[in-house]
Write a protein that binds this ligand. Structure first.
Ligand code: EPU
Length: 434
């Protein structure tokens, strides 16, 4: 298993480029299931979750063609001959977003068989709202042997009110509704930029959608969708991760190729902490190194402070003067990074959905373990700030959602390298068996 070795203390200086948003590319790839024609996606990040989704679509009979050279971020998906409307447990267990194929499959293939995802490191993460919504659209849902089966000759439009705001739930039902008969009104929808991006792609494919980005989305169903070409939006969480890293390492970093509006909640919180960002049309410049003041955050659905930035913000709170209260409202178990940060010298007390961070404490390098994608990003930031060397284990978590993170950070002055399995697997297994 790969590890990242980071020596802290270097300021980040220069320009770092943001990749396409993983969480926008995943539903966009699933949307290709809705049509027989090719869907061409640009700016698809080269991260592990995208490879998983590619494998998922290929297992259904989709042809997935990758660009190369300068077009390496282009993916062309053709779902003309789907042979198997199934998402297997092996794939779903490694990536919960696989459930995004449920809506498109039942809409186009009249049937879908998708493994039920289990819980994950950050919470239980049920998909009941996806299923209730599909039932409202007329699908018959059954569950057997850990799989959800959904069937419908043709989905019919309905009014669906989400009991709770769900990002992939909104996306799943939005995709299903595009091919349903008549009008669907989705209420209490997620307003995330990734939902808006998906709607933009679907409209290019011939869907009739109004209101994406607001709580109410109206969809007039059509008989058929066609192919389209679409550029995925920049990754706002990757941008936010670099913004926090820049604020803490005391350099002068331009985060290029991002959409500053998508990180507005983070930037306004940083302003409260004493960090001013210079914002351009598609970049954010941060000059770090000044004193930081503690500030509380509460994670919320977009446009509130994102849960996907909570772990990274916690590192910032350890470097701010005073006490910061961090309230996690979206997932019930998303503080695993807290204990690892304590091992690096942070003063953090976790009580249920709240973390109390007392700063400022010096951080010192240590051996730590990544527990999920954003937790690993927070450990990278902590390591960049810490005194001495940090070794982060289980970096496969970070590879799920950050493209070439060590290369990007090295390019702006970080001392970071990846090491692979140090001893041959055969010997490691023998040692473990002893
Ligand atoms: N929920 C239900 N029932 C459902 C669906 C959701 O109770 O049927 C609950 C969840 O348990 C959670 C809340 O609703 O408490 C919100 O979950 P949501 O469905 O919005 O999360 P998601 O769609 O599974 C996406 C992102 C996550 C991000 C969350 C919240 C993708 C592929 N994933 O997950 O991203 O944290 O929205 O913004 O878009 C990440 O990238 O690291 C990541 C975890």
């Amino acid at each position: 298993m790969d590890k990242l070795v980071i020596r802290g203390g270097n300021p980040l200086v220069g320009t770092i480029r943001v990749s396409g948003a993983k969480n926008a590319a995943l539903p966009a790839m699933a949307a290709a299931l809705l049509t027989e024609d090719p869907v061409i996606l640009e700016n698809v990040p080269q991260v592990r979750d995208i490879v998983t989704e590619r494998n998922l679509l290929a297992a259904m009979g989709a042809e997935v063609e990758l660009g190369y050279g300068r077009a390496q971020h282009r993916t062309t998906i053709s779902c003309r001959n789907l042979i198997n409307a199934e998402a297997s447990y092996d794939l779903v267990k490694t990536m919960r977003a696989s459930t995004l194929v449920l809506g498109p499959l039942v809409a186009r293939m009249k049937t879908a068989r998708v493994s039920l995802p289990g819980g994950c490191a950050i919470g239980a993460r049920p998909i009941d709202l996806h299923l209730k919504g599909l039932e409202k659209l007329g699908a018959r849902i059954s569950q057997e042997h850990g799989y959800i089966e959904a069937r419908a000759d043709r989905l019919t439009g309905a009014r669906i009110v989400f009991e709770k705001i769900t990002v992939t739930g909104t996306e799943d039902l939005l995709m299903a509704a595009t091919l349903a008969e008549g009008e669907t009104v989705l209420e209490n929808c997620a307003r995330e930029p990734e939902v808006v991006d998906l709607a933009a792609l679907l409209v290019k494919m011939g869907a009739r959608i109004e209101g994406a980005g607001t709580p109410t989305i109206r969809v007039q169903g059509v008989h058929k969708l066609h192919g389209a070409r679409h550029r995925i939006i920049p990754d706002r969480i990757e941008a936010g991760t670099f913004i926090v890293a820049a604020a803490l390492t005391g350099g002068d970093l331009t985060i290029a190729g991002c959409d500053p509006q998508h990180v507005a909640a983070l930037l306004s919180k940083l302003e409260e902490c004493g960090i001013h960002a210079a914002v351009d049309a598609d970049s954010v410049r941060i000059v770090g190194g000044g004193p930081l003041k503690a500030a509380d955050i509460v994670t919320e659905e977009y446009p509130g402070f994102p849960t996907d930035m909570q772990a990274q913000y916690m590192v910032l709170a350890t470097q701010a003067e005073g006490t910061s209260l961090i309230t996690e409202n979206i997932f019930e178990n998303r503080f695993m990074h807290g204990q690892e940060l304590v091992r690096m010298g942070a003063n953090i007390k976790i009580e249920g959905s709240r973390a109390v961070v007392r700063g400022r404490t010096a951080l010192s390098g240590a051996a730590v373990q990544a527990s999920d994608l954003r937790a690993s990003a927070s450990l990278v930031i902590a390591a960049l700030v810490a005194d001495g060397e940090t070794i982060i284990d289980r970096v496969y978590h970070i590879d799920r959602g950050y493209e070439r993170i060590e290369e990007k950070l090295r390019g702006v002055g970080a001392q970071i390298r990846r090491i692979g399995q140090l001893i041959p697997k055969r010997i490691a297994a023998a040692v473990e068996a002893e």
